[in-house]
Design a protein around this ligand. Structure first.
Ligand code: HDL
Ligand code: ZN
Length: 451
């Protein structure tokens, strides 16, 4: 067999011209994969979205979409506006400037800009409009609750995991109100301010009634664990999470190293709750850009291997921000079954890189990983972030099935459905113990019964 690059037609006709696999079958396989992946429900395991009960924390609509920090960073590459000049503007004036600069005067080719076009197109808005009048009229006519249902229906996202900060005033008020949170929204207890900014966190934790000190001694560890226990009881988080810098080291004689070892990891064990490590962010590389000012750096994946080896009874969700760390993460996951790689995070959430990462994950991990999360900050972003991810994951999955076919094994429809369910929700549900609402997949009989 000539060593041509594997593509759809090569399976169709062997060199002697006979049809070992009809082209139609390969085409049917591609259609099956696209149809199944497009329709598979998603549990979005990391977002910055909030349930309606969190009021002003929940963002949606064209002015929020255009003020996404990714687009703010891109604005300054095209516009002569100064940082101060921009930050002084009202939000609508900011989005008008972003629209004019990135969408009218220039072609919206970046992932973040093209994503806004996708959202507007999906909602039937004029994507070539000279201004935001029509878009604003549309969103002003929307009712928040109905719009949430519309977005979840379009995207087939069934569950959204939030990013919850136990030191945030609005969060504290909402969680302490006892108000019932929309059951489709789940908590993730985010530990960045505790682990990465201990000195600033101490007074805030003390204000909640926990006798912690900046110098970390056994008493402070005990009180910090009580703080975590109480917030776990309040939020019932699916996991604890923290973003970490590219130079994150462990073990480390630092506040973070001590708190991670003596408070967070023992808490994960005691509550049997997973820990998400999001590694490689370089915060405030350009402080003038505020939230848009973070960068990245290549990290040491060996740190994760050490943590997984030393804490074999903790389940870790791990993602790295540097493209250069992705292959090493796959290899580390082959060594540690308590390591679940997830997502194409932040600067990796771009078509070319999602394709590369997903393919190497299939090659090294089969379906034992979680391919994507949206990281959405604005509700409407679910529309484009999941649209491009489903398309790209379907392509990579098809290529994997096509390779298997080439090697002599065809997949059945129910196997594709099973695999897609694992990738888009099942692997995460099982990792964190999130009930699938009675649905169970994974065998031919199940599939025949549920169809
Ligand atoms: O730390 C994180 O969770 C990151 O996702 C940051 O929030 C980042 O600003 C972001 O929005 N990435 O998409
Ligand atoms: Zn995030």
């Amino acid at each position: 067999m000539s060593n041509t690059t594997i593509n759809r037609r090569d399976y169709a006709v062997s060199e002697d011209g006979s049809n070992s696999e009809t082209a139609r079958d390969i085409d049917e396989l591609r259609r099956q994969v696209d149809e199944i992946v497009q329709s598979t429900p998603v549990v979005d395991l990391h977002t910055h979205l909030y349930a309606p009960q969190f009021n002003e924390l929940g963002l949606w609509g064209i002015d929020e979409l255009l003020n996404y920090h990714y687009l703010i960073a891109e604005l300054f590459r095209f516009s002569s506006v100064t940082y101060e000049g921009f930050w002084r503007l009202e939000k609508r004036a900011q989005s008008d400037l972003i629209w004019k600069t990135l969408f009218v005067e220039n072609t919206p080719l970046s992932e973040a800009a093209s994503g806004v076009v996708r959202v507007m197109s999906e909602l039937g808005l004029d994507t070539s409009a000279r201004d935001l009048r029509q878009a604003r009229e549309f969103f002003e006519s929307q009712n928040a609750e109905d719009y949430l249902e519309k977005v979840l229906e379009i995207t087939r996202v069934t569950d959204i995991v939030m990013t919850n900060d136990p030191l945030d005033e609005i969060e504290i008020k909402t969680w302490n109100s006892g108000e019932k949170i929309d059951s489709r929204f789940h908590a993730a207890l985010r530990l960045d301010r505790l682990l990465n900014g201990w000195a600033d966190a101490v007074p805030l934790i003390k204000a909640q009634g926990y006798d912690v000190k900046e110098t970390i001694d056994d008493a402070t560890i005990k009180e910090t664990r009580r703080f975590l226990d109480d917030w776990i009881g309040r939020m019932k988080p699916l996991y604890l999470g923290v973003s970490l810098p590219d130079d994150f080291a462990y073990p480390e004689e630092s506040a973070r190293g001590r708190l991670l070892r003596d408070a967070v990891l023992p808490t994960c064990k005691e509550h049997d709750v997973s820990l998400a490590l999001m590694i490689g962010v370089r915060r405030r590389v350009n402080p003038a850009l505020k939230l848009a000012g973070d960068g990245l750096g290549r990290a040491d994946v060996g740190v994760v291997s050490r943590i997984c080896a030393e804490n074999s009874d903790v389940r870790f969700l791990v993602t790295f921000l540097s493209r250069e760390n992705q292959h090493e993460l796959c290899v580390a996951a082959r060594k540690f079954s308590n390591l679940m790689p997830f997502g194409c995070w932040w600067f990796l959430n771009n078509s070319s890189i999602i394709s590369e990462i997903t393919r190497e994950r299939f090659e090294l991990l089969g379906t034992s990983f979680i391919p994507q999360h949206s990281d959405a900050r604005i509700l409407d972003q679910l529309i484009y972030k999941w649209s491009h991810s489903r398309r790209l994951i379907a392509e990579a999955l098809f290529e994997s099935y096509a390779g298997l076919w080439h090697n002599g094994r065809r997949v059945k429809r129910w196997e594709i459905e099973r695999d897609a369910e694992k990738l888009f929700s099942g692997n995460f549900r099982r990792w964190v113990g999130l009930d699938a609402g009675g649905q169970s997949f994974g065998t031919e009989q199940n599939y025949n019964e549920t169809k």
